[in-house]
Design a protein around this ligand. Structure first.
Ligand code: GNR
Ligand code: NI
Length: 176
């Protein structure tokens, strides 16, 4: 297992549309393991492959920490390959979102409160799962990444442009 560097704004690779995975082989499972380790290390509750520079439709999620008991190290990793939302509730919910690719910025985003998703698991088997609460929000945030969409795209243009500008400026100051 190895940690992978996480891309941050204004890296344009974050705007790429990721390609579907044709089969779940050893390379994909290695990618999943490296992504999971990288996500736990960050720490974050979700990570899409493009955030580590790999434009494949591969996601890892673990929301157990936030919803589980404090102190106790509860792990519940979910591996999603080619995830799709097949049904979304009319009911919406609002969460304060953050993104490992947009460090230290948080904002409320409204999304469907419940979703049904279809995906391949790490054994390559087709799965369907219903999600609500933070898991539903996180999965929608990750699937957005696979389409080159960031949570700031759900904010007003003013807020979005302000955030992007700040990251472009910071990158210039770092000489990137
Ligand atoms: O760690 C993360 N927290 C989070 C909080 C609210 C909604 C979505 C997320 S996902 C984010 C990690 C990340 O950037 N995944 O792409
Ligand atoms: Ni993100």
């Amino acid at each position: 297992m190895s940690l992978m560097p996480i891309l941050t704004l204004p890296d344009n690779r974050l705007r790429l549309a990721s390609a579907p995975v044709s089969g779940v082989d050893g390379d994909v499972r290695t990618l999943l393991d490296d992504m999971l380790e990288t996500m736990y290390d960050a720490p974050g509750i979700g990570l899409a492959a493009i955030q580590v520079g790999v434009a494949k439709r591969v996601v890892v999620v673990d929301v157990a920490k936030r919803e589980g008991e404090e102190k106790e190290e509860v792990k519940n990793p979910i591996f999603l390959i080619n995830p799709e939302i097949v049904k979304a509730s009319d009911e919406r919910s609002v969460y304060e979102e953050g993104c490992l690719s947009i460090p230290d910025y948080y904002a409320e985003v409204e999304r469907p409160a419940r979703v049904r998703m279809r995906y391949l698991d790490r054994a390559g088997a087709m799965q369907e799962m219903d999600a609500d609460g933070l898991l539903a929000t996180c999965i929608q945030h990750e699937i957005d990444h696979l389409d080159g969409v960031l949570f700031i795209d759900h904010l007003s243009r003013l807020k979005r442009d302000r955030v992007i500008k700040r990251f472009v400026k910071d990158a210039r100051l770092r000489g990137a």
